[in-house]
Structures are given as C-alpha cells and as structure tokens.
Design a protein around this ligand. Structure first.
Ligand code: NAD
Length: 406
C-alpha cells in the first residue's frame, strides 16, 4: 500500500463524500470541509445524508481516518493534497456557476501554510478553470500572508466520473482515472495517491467485492485543459447516446419496431456498446443538463460548431413532452385525472432529485390540472417537502399509487 497522505476535501456532497470515504478507507487521513453546518454535524455522527449504497458502511470502516469540519483551518494547512469538490451548478448564461468554486479557492489560499500543497479540481469546471483557480489562490495567499506564494502550491485537475447509485463501485473499480497536470511532479503525487486503485492492490471491502477479472486501471495523464474537456465531452457523448436512442425509439414506435430489441441489436456491436442505449423518459440528474449546456456555451465562445450537443439537449426536452402527449392520447383529458408515478429521483438507487425527468413530468401534469400521486423508495425520505410543495401527493407504498390512480 502507498504511504498515507494528509488530504483535505472541500465539499462533502456526492463527489466529495464518496472520494473522502474511499481515500480514508485506503489508509489516508482525510478531513472533509463543508460550509453547511447541519450537514457537517450529521456527517460527524456517521450519517451520510445522501442515499448511496454502501457509503455509510464505508464511512464506518474508514473510522477516525475520516473527519468532518466546517473550518478550513482544521484541514488545509496540514494537507498534502486539497481536493475541491464543491457544486458547479448551471448559471444564467449556460455556463457553470463558479461562485462556490471561487469561495473555496479563496479560502484554500488563505489557509495554505507555505509548505507545498497540490490543489486538485475534482468539481466539473469549464475549460481554463485550472488557471483561474491558480490565480484566485495566489491572490488570496498574498493578501493573507503578505507575501507571494512562490511555488508553495500547484493546481491540477482530476475530473470525477462516478455515477450516483454506483458511486463506490465506480471509485474503487473505475474504467480509468484522468489527471491533468502542468508538471511531472504533480502527476507523481496523484499517481502515488491512486496507486492502490490503479494496481488494485487494496483489500476490497466485504460489501464492495472486486468484480471478477477486474484488472489494473488505466491512468490517463494529460494537460489541465484536456482533463477539463474530457469530463465535459464524456458527459456530452453519453447524453447524445441516450437522446439518439430516444429519437430512434419514436420512429421504432411508429413503424411497429421494438426499441429494446433495436438497442440490443446495435449495442452488441462493440463499436457501439450496449450501455446508455435504454430508451426512456429522457436523461436528467445534476450533471448532464448543466455539463452539456456548458460545453455548448464554450463551443459558441470559441465559434466551434457543437450542434450535435444542442440537438441532444433539444431531443431531451422533446422526450418529456412525448410522455404528456402519450397520456393525452390515451386519456384525452388530464384535468382531474389521478395519475400515478413510480420513481421520482432522476434514476434508480439514488435520492437525487436534481433535474429529475420524473419530477419535471409530475409538475407538468399538475400544471395541466391532473392530480399526481407518486412513490419513490428513497427520494421521499429527503425531498418530501419539495415534492409536496409541487402539489404532488406522496404515496407511502407502491400499492397506494395503484389504488389511487386512474
Ligand atoms: P453537491 O451539491 O452534492 O455537494 C457540494 C457540496 O459543496 C455541498 O455539500 C456544499 O455545501 C459544499 N460547498 C459549497 N461551497 C462550499 C465552500 N465554499 N466550502 C466548502 N464546502 C462548500 O455536489 P456534487 O454532486 O458532489 O458535485 C460536486 C461537483 O462534482 C460538481 O462540479 C459536479 O458537476 C461534479 N460531479 C458530480 C457527479 C455526481 O454524480 N453528483 C459526478 C461527477 C462529477
């Protein structure tokens, strides 16, 4: 196993918390900083607050190597590596809103103690953010310390590819790890940290067994801009793939073909691959919408035609409407109808409601005068108020949905 490192992780959400628990499990000393006091209090009690299979067990296994705090001074000065994993939600202009990243970088700069620290962007950030974070940290360091930072930190990029619902599997058994660096030294620091995962030389947690025949993990080392662009491109490609099968699915329906047979028929072609070819009500979640928007905005900024990405976004909006149209075809009138809905989060095995197509559909239905009753085994625990405020009745069991709907 690699010699353990002192790590600070800024932001204890889906990405920060998963990364923190995994790195602590692997033997590092990890301190997670979050500005949300209530969240930190719960995390200190061992409650992950989010539904992610295995996460609570992993936090328990990490023991006192994993700590939570609201105070940067408890985490950053001693850290060898600082990961920034704060949210970068959609801003007004199509770009990511970098307000949290700005705050985090400023606070990190203030708390560096002069020994070398590698600052790693794990948040999904627009191209060029490596430079931007560097300049913010530099300024904030100089303001606080009254002297220039003089090589006491460097910025790297390490985009995250985990999927909610399988976040821990994706962290311990990833398809690849991407790091974007400016100097060989920074690549070595990150390669050393990730060595147990790259070489699969850690003892797998009992509840997260290593998949059969899982071998070593490729490390993709690039410049910072490439790493940043890889993340956006990966999400855009996956979104395009889903939008593509959804659009073709409409044609399949019209000609009397079956889209699941179609997906299997093309997906077995290894050049295409069967994943992300499930036709459905459209993609959602906290990433695809904002990341495709940001990539499209960057394309416009650089006068690059990324119309495929725009088309995937438009097809996705259209897909939601198709659900309403299908209901109208069947029911003719939506006003006063009681419509049942199974599943409210943006996909199975997560309680994340951000940009959930199911929730969007439910709201469109209530907007048209229908009464919606919905059940979700995990999303209702955390988001009951949000769901009820949208005029949706929460069912306590799946059976209630059937009993109460037209
Ligand atoms: P999240 O909203 O779940 O968590 C972000 C956390 O950061 C929150 O707990 C918030 O309180 C905290 N925070 C905000 N400002 C802070 C500050 N100044 N200091 C300390 N903490 C602060 O977000 P997430 O889903 O974990 O996403 C984080 C980043 O990772 C985003 O850029 C996202 O695009 C990217 N990402 C997310 C996923 C995913 O599936 N959720 C996957 C890959 C990449």
């Amino acid at each position: 196993m690699n010699p353990s490192a002192n790590i600070a992780i800024i932001g204890a959400g889906y990405v920060g918390l998963t990364t923190a628990a995994a790195l602590a499990y692997l033997g590092n000393r990890v301190t997670c900083v979050d500005i949300d006091e209530e969240k930190v209090r719960k995390l200190q009690q061992g409650d992950p607050l989010i539904y992610e299979p295995g996460l609570q067990d992993l936090m328990r296994e990490a023991g006192d190597r994993l700590r939570f705090t609201t105070s940067y001074s408890d985490a950053v000065p001693e850290a060898d590596i600082v990961f920034i994993a704060v949210g970068t939600p959609l801003g007004d202009d199509g770009y990511a809103n970098l307000e949290y990243l700005h705050q985090a970088a400023t606070s990190v700069g203030r708390h560096l103690n002069g020994k070398f620290t590698l600052i790693v962007n794990k948040s999904t950030v627009p191209i060029g953010c490596g430079n931007w974070v560097d300049s913010i940290v530099r300024e904030s360091y100089a303001e606080t310390h009254g002297e220039r930072a003089n090589g006491c930190f460097a910025v790297a990029s390490n985009p995250e590819f985990l999927k909610e619902g399988t976040a821990l599997d994706d962290t311990f058994y990833p398809d690849r790890i991407v790091i974007g660096v400016e100097r060989e030294r920074d690549a070595e620091i990150l390669a050393r940290l990730y060595r147990p995962i790259l070489d699969q030389e850690f003892e797998a947690p009992a509840f997260l067994p290593r998949p059969a025949q899982f071998g070593s993990v490729p490390l993709v080392t690039t410049g910072i801009a490439s790493a940043e662009l890889i993340k956006y491109t990966a999400n855009a490609f996956l979104a395009v793939k889903i939008s593509f099968i959804n659009q073709v699915g409409t044609l399949a329906e019209k000609v009397g073909a079956d889209v699941t047979e179609l997906a299997r028929g093309i997906g077995l072609d290894r050049r295409i691959g069967g994943r992300f070819l499930q036709a459905g009500i459209g993609w959602g979640g906290s990433c695809f919408g904002k990341d495709t928007a940001a990539l499209a905005a960057t394309g416009r900024e650089y006068a690059c035609d990324l119309s495929i990405v725009d088309a995937a976004r438009e097809a996705n909006c259209r897909q939601l409407e198709r659900v309403i149209e299908k209901l109208l075809d069947r029911l003719k009138i939506l006003k006063g109808r009681r419509i049942g809905l199974l599943g409210l989060s943006f996909k199975p095995d997560t309680d994340d409601m951000r940009d959930s197509p199911a929730f969007a559909i439910a709201r469109r239905l209530t907007g048209r005068g229908a009464k919606v009753i919905a059940y979700d085994p995990v999303a209702i625990c955390r988001s009951r108020r949000q769901i009820e405020q949208a005029g949706i009745k929460v069912a306590e069991t799946p059976e209630d949905v059937f009993v109460e709907s037209d």
